[in-house]
Design a protein around this ligand. Sequence first.
Ligand SMILES: [Zn+2]
Length: 191
Amino acid sequence: MSVEQDLLARSNEACELCSATENLSALEVAPSDGSTEQSIMVCGTCKEMITDSSKMDANHFRCLNDSMWNSEPAVQVMAYRLLKQLSAEGWPQDLLDMLYLEEDVQVWADALGSDDEDVAVAPTKDSNGVTLEAGDSVTIIKDLEVKGAGFTAKRGTMVKGIHLVPGNSEQIEGRVNGTKIVLLTKFLKKM
Ligand SMILES: [Zn+2]
């Protein structure tokens, strides 16, 4: 039997991540030898999000809440990597905290290492589309009421040594009036 046929049988002809039954195909979980054990059956939707990070929709992968408990290591590895990639959303991190992988499965899951961390995060840009990096200085281009802190960050205020927010390209963190606050990048201009 081919890998695809093996996977159809193993998965009961459903996506092993979200249980959809449309557009099923095999996906190798890299690094993989192409065997059934190192592949998973996925639907067209899951495959598109996994292979094209611009199509990623975190909510779709709430299905991992169930599928991360699959007994197949390949499914566990894919679930682990997706949850890690989406961890900035909050709930994926909660699931990750519950997910226990056998030692050799964990090694596999981490095998792509640093490549994983670069995925899917759009660059952080200021109001003019200039890329912002950690440590940059910016000015605020609009009076901003800082909720919770009880002051207004005035237009023209300089914020030095900004921090990027992992997984969120719309926000940065910086100190204004000695208080660390989150600022929307659309109200900032790089100095
Ligand atoms: Zn799916």
